[in-house]
Design a protein around this ligand. Structure first.
Ligand code: DGJ
Length: 544
């Protein structure tokens, strides 16, 4: 017997008491605000950097299993945890909801002063429908599966079946209503990921009867109108597809976009996006916090159908944006080595940048600095964050330790264009950035001939974030970087280091520590933070 069903949770009992105060506080909900083209997440009415980590898939299905994990997460300097909500456990009997796991998660998060991003493992999780409740799985007549072109059913619920959609909407709506009631005031839950890595396999589209009928119909006006309105702003990959047959504004999918797997994928993406939008819309109707979707990236050179297709991938950004306006942004999950390339693709079209998953490894630290500094990101989150035995020693824990201190100054300066970052390795040993009247040259620590490791063939990825806090003043933070300064104005002057202090921010207040002179700044030649260190320095420069 399922114990979870029998014990009414503290929060369930509180439901009635809290319902009425929500309306008054509605304007304080987590929300996205764009200033000077830079979108930030506001939590409790202040901008917020998500220093996150995502739990392994099954960890949050057991309260007992989670118990030793909470202090670990806190010990890694996270301020947010990304946790799944499992449809099968939340609605074990159709129409009967069990929020025990969600309630405990929220209580524990509050205890450890953490925020939550909930991942709705609903209709789809990594393409498949493994988290659909048994009552839905066992009734395939009603809750239809997708079929491949040979008519074989696959373990993927069809995006064209209204029963599937209604069931997901009903569960997701119940979840969002519950969160509103128990969390509408404190806002522990700050965002929601709708579904997880949606993507069709092993073909580019599904072949249920409804899908086949829809495929022969005209491209919907909603998409055509989007194409017309956004013609000059489409991602180039998609513009090319539309161009192929002469920018037609009427016709079937194959008439407008041509025959082939790319069109099949486009068609399926449209329907995935419509479905997900309907789920998000219903959820937001109950409780309108920011909602996003994530993508398994198609980085190998293979055809649609061979990778999880039709998800919120870079070449399909327009389709997703056109069909799913209730989805606030599209996010990449990083398990490939092409961090810059895909980050560049996902920051097109004013898409707010958030990384819900990245493989948990030592170079996360450098990439976190780059995400917040270069891409003005909202958040960063290594996957399976609890899978470490030395939480405080993890590079990401050290980076988050710095970023937590720096968050107010980063957030204040992101929209002002006064924040930049670098990401360095053996192939990219040097980067230049311009902030105000200064050009900063940042090199990998191992470019110094005396740096231990300089002779090694593969250098670790290093990086840092730089914030200009006054005309001649910079906050430099990171690991494995060497910084020199020159003027950006070609005024013939030389730039010297007037003063450099290592220090910490304590609740936004700068507290200087060591004066970094002599060997520490190579007798005034450069600012240095070795690969072994994670540090913040405040630097004042001058011109002569
Ligand atoms: C990406 C998925 O979104 C996660 O839930 C998990 O399955 C990881 N892949 C595993 O690498």
């Amino acid at each position: 017997m399922n114990v979870r069903i029998l014990i009414p949770s503290f929060f369930s009992i509180m439901v009635c008491c809290c319902t009425f105060s929500f309306g008054q506080k509605n304007n304080a909900l987590p929300k996205l605000i764009t200033t000077n083209g830079c979108t930030q997440l506001y939590v409790n009415q202040k901008p917020f950097l998500v220093l996150g980590g995502e739990l392994g898939n099954s960890s949050a299905s057991s309260i007992a299993y989670m118990q030793p994990i909470w202090p670990k997460l806190k010990g890694m300097n996270l301020n947010t945890v990304l946790v799944p909500v499992y449809w099968e456990l939340m609605e074990p009997v159709q129409g009967q909801f069990d929020f025990t796991l969600v309630d405990d998660m929220i209580q524990q998060a509050r205890k450890y002063d953490l925020k939550l991003v909930l991942l709705w493992f609903g209709t789809w999780k990594n393409s498949m429908s493994c988290y659909a409740p048994a009552w839905a799985k066992l009734n395939p007549e009603k809750f239809e599966r997708a079929k491949d072109s040979k008519g074989k059913k696959v373990e993927i619920f069809s995006a064209f079946n209204k029963n599937n959609l209604d069931a997901d909407i009903s569960a997701f709506t119940a979840l969002m209503k519950h969160i509103r009631v128990i969390d509408g005031e404190l806002n522990t839950v700050i965002m929601i990921q709708v579904e997880n890595e949606i993507g069709m396999l092993t073909e580019a589209r599904e072949y249920t009867n409804a899908a086949n009928v829809a495929f022969l119909q005209k491209v919907p006006d909603q998409l055509i109108n989007y194409l017309k309105t956004n013609r000059n702003n489409l991602v180039p990959e998609f513009l090319k597809m539309w161009e192929k047959n002469g920018f037609l504004t009427t016709g079937t999918w194959e008439e407008v976009f041509g025959k082939g797997l790319s069109t099949d994928e486009l068609f399926q993406a449209w329907h995935y996006a419509l479905y997900t939008n309907a789920v998000a819309a219903a959820g937001k109707n109950e409780y309108p916090v920011p909602m996003f979707v994530n993508a398994a990236l198609n980085y190998k050179n293979v055809q649609p159908g061979e990778y999880p297709s039709a998800g919120p991938l870079p070449h399909l950004m327009d389709v997703w944006q056109a069909a799913a306006p209730k989805i606030d942004f599209l996010s990449p999950d990083f398990y490939n080595p092409y961090f810059r390339n895909y980050s560049d693709l996902y920051t097109r079209k004013a898409n707010p940048f958030f990384i819900p998953e990245i493989r948990f490894e030592a170079n996360n630290a450098a990439k976190a600095f780059y995400t917040f500094g270069h891409y003005k990101g909202i958040g960063f989150s290594p996957f399976s964050i609890e899978s470490t035995d030395a939480p405080a020693e993890e590079p990401i824990a050290k980076a988050y330790g710095l970023l937590q201190q720096l968050a107010p100054v980063i957030l204040q300066n992101q929209p002002l264009g006064k924040v930049e970052a670098v990401l360095l390795d053996s192939l990219n040993q040097k980067q230049e950035i311009v902030l105000g009247n200064y050009k900063l040259t940042l090199k990998h620590d191992h470019t110094l001939s005396w740096s231990p490791g300089a002779k090694k063939p593969n250098w670790p990825e290093t990086g840092g974030i730089i914030i200009q806090t006054a005309a001649n003043e910079f906050i430099i933070s990171g690991t494995g970087i060497v910084v020199t300064f020159s003027t950006a104005t070609n005024n013939g002057k030389t730039v010297g280091i007037l003063q450099a202090d290592e220090g910490i921010y304590d609740n936004g207040k700068w507290i200087p520590g060591r004066r970094m002179n002599g060997d520490q700044d190579h007798q005034g030649r450069h600012i240095g933070i070795s690969t072994k260190e994670f540090a913040i320095q405040k630097v004042t420069v001058y011109q002569y």
